[in-house]
Design a protein around this ligand. Structure first.
Ligand SMILES: Nc1ncnc2c1ncn2[C@@H]1O[C@H](COP(=O)(O)OP(=O)(O)O)[C@@H](O)[C@H]1O
Ligand SMILES: O=C(O)C1=C[C@@H](OP(=O)(O)O)[C@@H](O)[C@H](O)C1
Ligand SMILES: [Mg+2]
Length: 180
């Protein structure tokens, strides 16, 4: 059993972090915080606008500050963005303050799930498949490095995946600070 105050979801774009986060938070009695949404709310601008206005570096600085702030809480389910693991401080902070679940996803599934999605600036280009392969090569080791648990959702609807993940977590994660 692995004690931690919070739960964090990591994984590539389209892995279902935001979607599963919603379903899981309700089931686990945790407060959901999606880092992208929190950054957008604080900035008063979308992720796409922030990338355009401040560059990826500007967005990453905001993402890092928000993640650090959210990890100070307890009983928080934090859905990260796919690039949050790039920063070593982020990875260390996640490991220190949360039980980390990696949701892997293959590129073919990402392409289907993200068809028509215009909200991810890194995919606003014609060679999406190549971009997703390159991101996977660079980031998969980082997801693995930070993860306490790897949970595969391929072939599962989001609600079913949430139910199974709740069962898996019961054997792996003790919520620190929770009253029995
Ligand atoms: N397990 C799943 N099965 C089918 N579709 C899914 C699943 N998880 C997420 N999706 C869909 O994929 C898209 C991206 O999901 P999202 O939660 O935004 O991913 P992430 O936050 O990891 O980028 C959404 O349209 C969502 O409905
Ligand atoms: O992989 C990435 O670098 C990004 C993933 C996005 O979040 P999701 O993983 O929730 O799509 C969002 O943070 C931004 O567009 C950058
Ligand atoms: Mg998301």
């Amino acid at each position: 059993m692995n004690p931690a105050a919070n739960l964090v979801l990591v994984g590539p774009m389209g892995a279902g972090k935001t979607t599963l986060g919603r379903a899981l938070a309700a089931r686990l009695g945790l407060r959901l915080q999606d880092v992208d949404s929190a950054v957008e709310q604080e900035a008063g601008a979308s992720v796409t606008e922030l990338f355009a206005r401040e560059g990826e570096a500007g967005f990453r600085a905001r993402e890092k500050a928000m993640l650090a702030r959210l990890l100070k809480g307890e009983g928080v389910l934090i859905a990260t963005g796919g690039g949050a693991v790039l920063d070593a401080d982020n990875r260390q902070a996640m490991r220190a303050r949360a039980f980390v679940v990696y949701l892997p996803v293959d590129v073919a599934t990402q392409l289907v799930r993200l068809t028509g999605d215009g909200s991810r600036p890194l995919l606003a280009r014609p060679d999406r498949e190549q971009v997703l392969h390159d991101l996977a090569t660079a980031r998969s080791p980082l997801y693995r490095e930070v993860a306490d648990l790897v949970f595969d959702t391929h072939g599962l609807a989001a609600d079913t995946a949430a139910n199974r993940l709740v069962d898996r977590l019961a054997n792996h994660w003790t919520r620190q600070g929770a009253t029995a």
